[in-house]
Design a binder for this molecule. Structure first.
Ligand code: CMC
Length: 391
């Protein structure tokens, strides 16, 4: 079989060729299909970016309308899914519920498991884009004990997210433009990030032809971890802890630097970005703007800024090229928008969905082989079986 190259964590191994996202970690450049993230966050809307990422080109007006309409055809979720949600305890983490529900969708949509032609693939994509948004918000409604809401086909996608989440039977949800625009921008900034842990998971699971929904469900599970998407929740919890502790972040910086302490500064560092994370820059600026527009004065924002400032001057973080990443400031905006902390990673998942879908599609269209890494065996050599009474 020849010598096997070991590369734990795939730090230097490419797993595929991809035409979706360009990332230059040294220069802090991120582009979807050639368009800079800065420009897309400023000028495009989320579904437009989703279309771009999945199909390769910015949609013409009619193309975008068709895509949105086709998604609308699939925004109903089978009623039996509700009994599955009811089986979860109220305090279940929304990411666990979301991953389970996404996989459960497979049972109610068996036709999308094998997508052997373009038409079926397109249908599977529209289905997941429609249903995922609904079940993602249901994880929150369940935790709150609120009745589950249905998608309103007369309203746009991101506005639906807000209504699905927050509308109550007694209290129609009033859309605030600032909130709507901020969510749109955050979803765009999370939409794809080449071969990160969850995306690689989606491609890996999909490479066995397990189907789109099962692959996305696996992606949700991968995203949940605090070293990946779960960092946004962990950042806010860390900032709250600093606040409770009197606002002094030095103790936390010292803990993060202590090699005998497993604590890490959440929202800091990145496998690929070694100068800055361009998403973090946009989000930091947006946090200032959104909080000002909403008239929110959150002391957590100043704690975050002072923590960042100290870390950026600290030899430990400087020498290791550790900078704030996308998750460092996003939670502060989510909080100002009224999104509860345990839903932060679900927000990331809704934003990342087009990326997962596009990467899965690319993998299938390119007919990539099953993902199957090798290993270097370091266990026992051959030994003889020992009977139970002799052990
Ligand atoms: N706090 C303290 N030390 C850190 C941190 C941190 N946040 N991140 C990295 N280091 C140190 C690490 O201990 C190591 O030090 P040494 O060379 O002395 O052993 C060095 O920096 C290199 O770290 P690494 O673990 O080898 O780097 P990696 O590329 O494997 O990990 C990472 C990248 C993002 C998992 C890591 O930086 C981390 O755990 N950050 C905190 C969690 C976080 O914010 N995750 C979100 C990532 S961005 C969005 C996303 O993916 O969802």
């Amino acid at each position: 079989t020849g010598a096997i190259t070991l590369d734990p964590g795939y730090k230097n191994s490419g797993s595929c060729e991809s035409a979706i996202t360009f990332l230059d970690g040294e220069q802090g450049i991120l582009r979807y299909r050639g368009y800079s993230i800065e420009e897309l966050a400023e000028k495009a809307c989320f579904l437009e970016v989703a279309y771009l990422i999945i199909f390769g080109e910015l949609p013409k007006k009619a193309e975008l309308e068709k895509f949105e309409n086709d998604i609308r055809k699939h925004t109903l979720v089978n009623e039996e899914m509700k009994s599955i949600i009811d089986g979860f305890p109220k305090n279940a983490h929304p990411m666990g519920v979301l991953s389970s529900l996404t996989c459960a969708l497979t049972a109610f949509n068996p036709g999308v498991v094998n997508v052997d032609n373009e038409e079926k693939m397109y249908e599977a994509i529209c289905k997941i884009m429609g249903k995922f948004l609904v079940i993602a918000t249901w994880t929150y409604r369940k935790a709150k004990g609120y009745p589950l809401n249905y998608y309103d086909n007369t309203k746009p996608y991101v506005e639906n997210f807000l209504r699905l989440m927050f509308e109550l039977p007694t209290e129609p949800y009033k859309i605030n433009k600032t909130v709507l625009n901020a969510i749109d921008k955050l979803f765009i900034l999370h939409a794809d990030h080449e071969q990160n842990c969850s995306t690689s998971t989606v491609r890996m699971v999909g490479s066995s032809h397990a189907g789109l929904f099962a692959s996305i469900s696996a992606g949700v599970s991968a995203l949940w971890g605090p070293l990946h998407g779960g960092a946004n929740q962990a950042v806010l919890e860390m900032l709250e802890e600093i606040q409770k502790d009197g606002g002094d972040s030095d103790k936390f910086l010292a803990k993060a630097k202590d090699k005998n302490d497993p604590f890490r500064l959440m929202g800091f560092g990145h496998r690929v970005y070694k100068n800055f994370d361009p998403r973090a820059r946009i989000i930091k600026k947006a946090a200032d703007e959104v909080l000002a527009e909403l008239g929110v004065n959150d002391p957590i924002l100043s704690i975050a800024k002072s923590l960042e400032e100290k870390a950026l001057k600290d030899e430990y973080f400087v020498s290791r090229n550790l900078y704030p990443n996308v998750d460092f400031y996003s939670g502060i905006i989510y909080r100002a928008l009224g999104i509860p902390t345990e839903m932060f990673t679900v927000m990331f998942a809704i934003g990342r969905l087009p990326g997962w879908v596009a990467q899965w599609k690319e993998m299938r269209v390119n007919n990539e082989p099953i993902g199957r890494p090798r290993q270097v065996y370091v266990g026992e050599p051959l030994r003889s079986f020992v009977e139970m009474d002799k052990r």
